[in-house]
Write a protein that binds this ligand. Structure first.
Ligand SMILES: NC(=O)c1ccc[n+]([C@@H]2O[C@H](COP(=O)([O-])OP(=O)(O)OC[C@H]3O[C@@H](n4cnc5c(N)ncnc54)[C@H](OP(=O)(O)O)[C@@H]3O)[C@@H](O)[C@H]2O)c1
Length: 292
């Protein structure tokens, strides 16, 4: 049995859809904080259980009987992600889960300026210490995030952001499909060791924002210019535009981590699993923007 958390969200919800193409619904269980939000899975014959990482008493029953547990990383930038993940890992140990697959991120490190990367590093440490088989799905940065990071470039022909470095912008839809392929492969062969530990899932290129501007120029036929802002100047501009300061500083950490090379590698595994080239930045910039 495969237990999936975060299925009411975009990433793991799409993974469940891909799993349903490969496995009977009776093999899947979805865990939701509010079970009514998972009705579409119940309608497809998937069992829905209540579970909230912030209420550990709900988790043993939620994870009971799982050969594999797909553990979503916390999505709250103001929350204590490490404690929430600790509760989930402890419950998985108590429930005797066979394997945990965790939605991590490329560039995890205790030293990265990108806050979630530090949380992912701590969670991967927990998984390594848990005694349970584990897979960390180190996803590339969602490519649709480019839309809000570079703002209304289509209208202005410019975007102004702090210094950066290469980022392996990757489609969330591709990451979700790859997770389902990995889970189905482990389901077919529980002794499979190819996916033990960290697994990096990225698109095939890692452009800098200067290169993103070139790609945007080629895609639209108009010149798009990338302007470099000083970090403090950029944070002040974000606050002036109405963003909370902690959100601006959280985002600044992403640019700083990119500048320090945390998101620069690419890995051919995603293309191999999908059997096609993952979505490119050019295709992303040519598509209508996604809200989140
Ligand atoms: N690779 C990237 O660039 C990138 C970017 C952003 C985020 N992420 C990470 O990837 C994860 C999945 O992305 P997504 O796009 O699917 O995010 P999403 O649409 O916001 O979904 C997050 C999911 O996590 C669940 N969740 C949140 N807190 C929980 C808790 N305390 N207990 C149980 N479930 C909880 C949510 O349940 P509810 O429906 O109850 O809210 C929702 O199903 C995010 O959570 C985040 O950690 C990665």
């Amino acid at each position: 049995m495969i237990v999936i958390t975060g299925a009411t969200g975009a990433l793991n919800g799409a993974t469940v859809d891909h799993l349903l193409d490969r496995l009977p619904a009776s093999e899947l269980v979805v865990v939701a904080r509010d079970v009514s939000t998972a009705q579409r899975f119940a309608d497809l014959g998937v069992a829905v259980r209540h579970g909230d990482f912030a209420d550990p008493s709900t988790l043993p029953a939620a994870f009971d009987g799982a050969d594999q547990l797909l553990l979503v990383s916390s999505s709250d930038p103001a929350g204590d992600a490490t404690s929430l993940h600790r509760a989930a890992v402890d419950a998985a140990i108590s429930a005797g889960v066979g394997r945990i697959l965790y939605t991590s991120h490329q560039g995890t490190s205790p030293d990265t300026p990108f806050g979630p990367g530090r949380d992912h590093a701590a969670t991967e440490r927990m998984l390594a210490d848990s005694g349970i088989s584990w897979t960390s799905l180190r996803n590339g940065f969602y490519s649709h995030s480019l839309g809000w990071m570079i703002g209304p470039w289509r209208e202005t022909g410019t975007f102004a952001i702090p210094a950066d470095g290469p980022v392996s912008w990757t489609s969330r839809a591709d990451e979700a499909e790859a997770a389902a392929i990995i889970i189905a492969a482990i389901n077919a062969d529980p002794a499979l060791s190819s996916y033990d530990g960290p697994v990096t899932l990225t698109a095939s290129a890692a452009p800098t924002f200067a290169e993103v501007a070139e790609i945007a120029s080629e895609a639209t036929g108009r010149t798009v210019t990338r302007v470099v802002m000083e970090p403090d100047e950029w944070v002040a501009a974000q606050i002036a535009a109405g963003r909370p300061e902690f959100v601006a500083r959280f985002s600044l950490g992403m640019y700083q981590a990119a500048d320090q090379g945390y998101f620069e590698g690419t890995d051919p595994l995603l293309a191999t699993l999908l059997g096609r080239e993952p979505l490119t930045v050019r295709a992303e910039l040519s598509a209508p923007p996604i809200a989140h």
